[in-house]
Design a binder for this molecule. Structure first.
Ligand code: C5P
Length: 401
C-alpha cells in the first residue's frame, strides 16, 4: 500500500524525535518515497544527516533555502505529497497547525499541504491534557486530520503517563490505514468482510479446555489483506496473536461464542470467511470448579458443536461464503463434499500432513475449489500471499456472477 507513495515526514522538537529515524527506515522498507522536514528544535535532538542518509533525500529545514530556481520549495513539496506524517508532533506544532500559523519551513509547508495528515502527538502528559492542546487536537480533527493516540507508559520525565510516541510499526500501520480509507478505487471498497480465525476452546472446568493446533495466522492474513483491499473487516478470533490494525476485533473462546458473533454480523456481510478451526465437539458438562483427580479413569462426555459454516450456508442470501478444509488425505473428495454440504461458494483446501503448510506454519499451499469451476492450485508461499490470491479469486468470481 505504501509502495511508491510520497510521504512527507515532519519531525518536530521533542525527545521522541530519535524514533523518527527508525520510522523513516520502516517507511523506506515499505517502498515509500520519504522526504523529511525538520524544525530547528528537532535538529537539536537528531541530526538532519541521519535522516538524509536513511531517506536518501535531502532534508528540508529552511523556508528560504531555495536551491531550484524553477520552483518554490515548500509549495512544490506540499503539492507532491501523497501522505503527511507529523511524528513526533509537539504541543507547539499542534497549536500552530490548529491556528494556521506559518512561521518556519515545517509550519508553512503543513499549511500548504492538501494531502491527508497523520498527526502523532508526543509530549508530557500534562501538556497533552492541557485544555489548549486538547482543543487544538479537536480542531485539527474537525479539519479532517487524523490523530494517532499517544501510548501510555514511562515518559522521559521519569514517571508513567500518557504521551509516549507509539512504536514506529504502529505509525506505519496507521499511515497505511489512512491511505486505504481515502482510496476509493480499491476493489473491496464499501464491502463488509467477516472472518473467523483461530482454534476454539471448549471448557471442561475453569482451568482446562479442549482445543487444537490452529494458530489463527491464515485468518489474520486474510483480515489484513482484505483491509488493504479496502474492505471494512470484522475479525472474530479465538486466537491470541497480536490484533491486526484497522479491523474490528472481537475475541471469542468457544464455538458457540464464535457462532453468536458471526451471526450478529452475517446479515450485512458481503464476504464471509470461516478460517477458524472450530472444535467439532464440546464437553457436555462444564464444571464450575476444578475437577479433582480421584478415580483412575475419568469419563468425559462430548456433544456436537453447531456447524457455523453450514448454518450460514443454509441462510445464505447475497453473501459469498468461503470455508477451509484441513485434510490429511483425499483432499479433493472431502473439499468437494464440504462445498456442496455446507453450501459454500469456495473451499480452500490444504493438506495439513505437509510440513510447511496448514496449522501454525507461516506458509501454506492450497487448492481452491468453487462450484462449476476448475480447481486452482496455489503453490507454497507466505500466508499473506495466499490470502491475497484467495481474495483476488473470490473478487473475480463475485464480479462474474
Ligand atoms: O467439517 P470441517 O470442520 O472439516 O469443515 C471445515 C470448514 O467448516 C472450515 O471453514 C471451518 O471453519 C468450518 N466449520 C464450522 N463449524 C464447525 C466446524 C467447521 O464453521 N463446527
Amino acid at each position: 500500500m505504501l509502495h511508491n507513495k510520497r510521504i512527507t515526514l515532519f519531525i518536530t522538537g521533542g525527545i521522541a524525535s530519535y524514533k523518527a529515524a527508525e520510522l523513516t527506515r520502516q517507511f523506506i522498507k515499505a517502498g515509500a518515497v520519504v522526504r523529511v522536514v525538520m524544525t530547528d528544535n528537532a535538529q537539536k535532538f537528531i541530526s538532519p544527516l541521519t535522516l538524509q542518509v536513511l531517506s536518501k533525500n535531502k532534508v528540508y529545514t529552511d523556508t528560504f533555502d531555495e536551491q531550484d530556481a524553477e520552483v518554490v520549495s515548500h509549495i512544490h513539496l506540499a503539492d507532491s505529497t501523497d501522505l503527511t506524517v507529523i511524528a513526533p508532533a509537539t504541543a507547539n506544532m499542534i497549536a500552530k497547525m490548529a491556528n494556521g500559523i506559518a512561521d518556519d519551513m515545517s509550519s508553512t509547508t503543513l499549511l500548504a499541504i492538501t494531502a491527508p495528515k497523520l498527526i502523532v502527538p508526543a509530549m508530557n502528559v500534562n501538556m497533552l491534557e492541557h485544555p489548549a492542546t486538547q482543543s487544538n487536537l479537536k480542531k485539527l480533527q474537525s479539519y479532517g486530520d487524523t490523530i494517532l493516540d499517544p501510548d501510555t507508559g514511562f515518559l522521559a520525565e521519569g514517571y508513567e503517563g500518557k504521551g509516549r510516541m507509539p512504536d514506529p510499526y504502529k505509525i506505519v500501520e496507521a499511515a497505511t490505514s489512512l491511505l486505504i480509507e481515502r482510496d476509493e478505487s480499491l476493489p473491496l471498497k464499501n464491502k463488509k468482510v467477516i472472518i473467523a480465525a483461530g482454534g476454539t476452546k471448549e471448557r471442561i472446568d475453569p482451568v482446562r479446555y479442549i482445543t487444537n493446533d490452529s494458530s489463527g495466522k491464515m485468518g489474520y492474513s486474510l483480515a489484513t489483506v482484505a483491509r488493504n483491499l479496502g474492505a471494512q473487516v470484522t475479525l472474530v478470533s479465538a486466537s491470541s496473536i497480536e490484533q491486526p490494525f484497522g479491523v474490528t476485533f472481537i475475541a471469542v473462546e468457544s464455538a458457540r461464542d464464535m457462532q453468536e458473533q458471526m451471526l450478529k454480523h452475517y446479515e450485512t456481510a458481503d464476504i464471509v470467511i470461516m478460517a477458524a478451526a472450530v472444535s467439532d465437539y464440546r464437553s457436555k458438562e462444564q464444571s464450575t470448579q476444578k475437577i479433582k483427580k480421584s478415580s483412575d479413569d475419568l469419563e468425559l462426555v462430548l456433544e456436537k458443536n453447531p456447524d457455523i459454516l453450514a448454518g450460514m450456508g443454509k441462510d445464505k442470501k447475497r453473501q459469498f461464503l468461503i470455508g477451509f478444509a484441513a485434510e490429511t488425505n483425499d483432499l479433493e473428495k472431502y473439499a468437494m463434499d464440504k462445498l456442496v454440504r455446507k453450501k459454500a461458494d469456495m473451499i480452500v483446501a490444504n493438506d495439513v500432513s505437509k510440513q510447511d503448510a496448514g496449522f501454525n506454519a507461516d506458509t501454506n499451499e492450497v487448492i481452491i475449489f468453487q462450484p462449476d469451476r476448475e480447481p486452482i492450485a496455489i503453490d507454497l508461499k507466505s500466508k499473506d500471499e495466499i490470502a491475497f490470491d484467495i481474495l483476488k479469486i473470490a473478487i473475480k468470481t463475485i464480479n462474474e456472477k
